[in-house]
Design a protein around this ligand. Structure first.
Ligand code: AMP
Ligand code: ZN
Length: 471
């Protein structure tokens, strides 16, 4: 498989550190509010990546953090604590907020067929780990104490900016959003590892540390949680494109300074879902959630299908009209699978199935081209292979794309009383008839239609293809 590595800025063959095994880390949600469907685009694409790596036979261990402390309203070290903001908004404790929105996040994921990672670790469970790594960074001279906080010293690195050619001047106050002056920092790019001089007197969650009572910065959690569960060598790190800077840049700085060797091989970043008037954001007040989609009558899997129709390295514009188009295409696709349902349980021809899967694997091998992988489903349906092999191919593709194609087809079949359970003889005749039609042998096709109707079935040509049902 080839994948675009944001760190090298090129497509590279994916070769994990240890043959056959993949260590994969994902930045999890900040649980102060519901996830918006933009956040979920990122998790959908990461889910496809994980499932595809497994599909190719790799043994994946995936870890995700839950940010329940330390993420301020800017991605740097300024602004309010997002968790505290959520708690105040709802007159609850920070831990109540964290529990509620963590559960809500996984409920959304379930509706979108997003698999739960093998390990899910809240930041507040790993405070000792953070203190241990920060202590080591201080000992190694990569960190310093100033004004009560512990900072990472970016001037100690040969190369700090990994993903972008940021200029130090871009970090000047007033140039980037949310950058406030912090006179304690020796260099503009330095970042907080541990806060003790809390700006927030009502900061609820605080822990004792060698530097006084305080709480961790946001970036340290991902380095530590990844190393705790996945060891010193990480194959793949994922997140939304906004995580590149400063979050992932800082993760690399502190992890490699701590380890003394290169850390993560591949960086996978999903571009944003935007609305017509710009980036989707929770701070804008009203935002789009999975529940809102459901209230408006959309199956969450239609949203997943909508996401898959675009490449993860392109911004995607959300509009209700675009979602309606996806819904329409999804329903038509499911309808085309209905005629295959009759062959459920029948043996597939493995050689044919693997030929049918070629278009799909080519698509995902080429930097996870999900749009092309969706097209590959149509190609399977168009092929003249037998129904059982086609159905097996669709099922295997859907084990990765996870858009629920077969169950959507089954629901349609139920509603239309479509021939979910065609007897094998009828299905065989239908297949022969389809082949005859394809070969333009209409006399034979008519003869086969007659045989089917004689057996008590009706043959209909619809826009979605041939539908055969009991008379
Ligand atoms: P957060 O809960 O804010 O920490 O974000 C969770 C994930 O969603 C992170 O990987 C972000 O990079 C990603 N993300 C944030 N906004 C968007 C967006 N508009 N589109 C896609 N992904 C996003
Ligand atoms: Zn992270």
């Amino acid at each position: 498989m080839y994948i675009y590595n944001s760190a090298s800025r090129k497509k590279e063959e994916f070769i994990p550190y240890n043959e056959g095994k993949v260590t994969m880390y994902t930045c999890g949600p900040t649980v102060y509010h519901f996830a918006h469907i933009g956040n979920l685009r990122t998790y959908i694409m990461e889910d496809v990546l994980e499932k595809y790596l497994r599909f190719t036979g790799l043994d994946v261990k995936r870890v995700m953090n839950i940010t329940d402390v330390g993420h301020l309203t800017s991605d740097g070290d300024t602004g309010d604590d997002k968790m505290l903001k959520g708690a105040k908004r709802e007159h609850k404790t920070v831990m109540e907020i964290a529990k509620f929105y963590t559960d809500a996040f996984f409920t959304d994921c379930k509706k979108l067929n997003i698999k739960t990672p093998d390990v899910v670790e809240p930041a507040t469970h790993c405070i000792d780990e953070f203190i241990r790594v920060i202590t080591s960074l201080l000992e190694k001279g990569y960190a310093y104490e100033a004004g009560g906080n512990i900072y990472f010293d970016t001037s100690k690195l040969d190369k700090y900016y990994i993903f972008n050619d940021f200029e130090e001047d871009d970090l000047a106050v007033g140039v980037r959003d949310g950058v406030e002056a912090d006179d304690n920092k020796r260099n503009k790019a330095d970042f907080v590892l541990w806060f003790t001089k809390s700006k927030f007197e009502d900061q609820e969650l605080k822990w004792d540390s060698p530097w006084g009572i305080g709480y961790p910065g946001w970036h340290i959690e991902c380095s530590c949680i990844s190393m705790k569960h996945l060891g010193e060598y990480l194959d793949l790190h994922c997140g939304g494109i906004d995580n590149q800077f400063p979050h992932h840049t800082n993760e690399i700085a502190q992890s490699e300074a701590y380890l003394g060797h290169p850390w993560c091989k591949y960086w996978f970043h999903v571009h944003h879902l935007n609305t017509g008037d710009g980036k989707m954001s929770k701070s804008k007040g009203e935002f789009l959630t999975v529940s809102l989609l459901e209230e408006k009558g959309y199956d969450p899997l239609v949203y997943r299908f909508f996401c898959l129709q675009s490449h993860y390295r392109k911004n995607l514009v959300f509009s209700w009209e675009n979602l309606d188009n996806a819904k329409d295409a999804y329903e038509k696709l499911a309808a085309r699978i209905v005629p295959l349902l009759g062959s459920k349980g029948a043996a597939a021809d493995e050689v044919k199935v693997s030929n049918l899967l070629k278009g799909f694997t080519d698509a995902l091998d080429g930097d996870l081209n999900t749009a092309q992988a969706v097209t590959a489903v149509y190609d399977v349906l168009k092929s003249d292979a037998d129904m059982a092999s086609k159905l097996a191919a669709v099922e295997r593709i859907d084990s990765v794309l996870s858009i629920g194609l077969v169950s959507a087809a089954e629901k349609l079949a139920e509603k239309n009383e479509a021939p979910a359970e065609l007897p094998a003889e009828v299905a065989a005749l239908a297949e022969k008839r389809a082949a005859a039609r394809k070969a333009k042998d209409f006399a034979l096709a008519d003869e086969l239609r007659k045989q089917i109707t004689d057996m008590g079935y009706i043959v209909e040509e619809t826009r979605q293809g041939t539908v055969i049902r009991k008379a």
